[in-house]
Design a protein around this ligand. Structure first.
Ligand code: PLP
Length: 221
């Protein structure tokens, strides 16, 4: 199936406020261009080097999302082109992004990545860690980042009830943070969850940003 066809199928399943981030990691700029020509504007990359290589040669109205684990020494490669970073898992990382965004005279939207899966290996915060960041003096002083919500990845399993319970938990986390720290902040509105195998469930559980690669571009080699 063509990329345009794959995209139109997904568009037909999405309702506002949910938006699609087309995960273009491992595909070339030419392939991204094909999705762009089919109307897609939000793209997600998970490696700093790939983003800094692709962004300058693609249309400027693409909204780039960074969805992978980000090392502090790679922040400078990501910030110039990025719109939103989904993978904030420490205050130190957030500080680095704020400083680099200031140098670039821009504001970067950030999501707090939560560890919601049963597996040990995945990155992410727990509630206490997130609250430590939000209540810190360092965070209060930051002018060039905006915390816009939360991100999470469900367990890799066929048990869809289990996956649903993890998404549901992320939504509960979002609502707790919203009610406690961001009630008057319209910008805090994003729940980034759902991939090719589980995005329908994620949307039913309140996802506002689904991150899909395989269902658009095919299996990665
Ligand atoms: C690769 C990736 C996706 C997309 O996965 P697919 O199963 O190909 O849709 C989504 N989120 C993150 C963080 C990823 O690394």
């Amino acid at each position: 199936m063509s990329i345009a066809h794959n995209l139109s199928k997904i568009y037909s399943e999405i309702n506002p406020p949910t938006r699609l981030v087309a995960v273009s990691k491992t595909v070339t700029a030419n392939v991204i261009r094909e999705a762009y020509d089919a109307g897609q504007r939000l793209f997600g990359e998970n490696k700093a080097q790939d983003l800094s290589r692709k962004a300058p040669i693609l249309p400027a109205d693409i909204e780039w999302h960074f969805i992978g684990h980000l090392q502090r020494n790679k922040v400078k490669d990501v910030v110039p082109s990025v719109h939103m970073i989904h993978s904030i898992d420490s205050l130190r990382l957030l500080k680095e992004i704020d400083a680099e965004a200031a140098r670039n005279m821009k504001k970067v939207k950030c999501l707090l990545q939560f560890h919601i899966a049963a597996e040990e290996s995945k990155f992410g915060l727990k509630m206490e860690g997130a609250e430590e960041i939000i209540t810190s003096a360092d965070y209060s002083a930051m002018k060039n980042i905006e915390i816009c919500g939360v991100m999470g990845m469900a367990s890799f399993t066929d048990d869809m009830q289990f996956v649903r319970s993890e998404f549901s938990r992320l939504r509960t986390i979002f609502l707790k943070l919203k009610n406690k720290y961001f009630t008057d902040n319209q910008e805090f509105c994003e729940i980034s969850m759902g991939m090719t195998g589980d995005y329908q469930i994620a949307m039913e559980e309140g996802s506002t940003l689904i991150r899909i690669g395989t269902a658009i571009f095919g299996e990665r080699k």
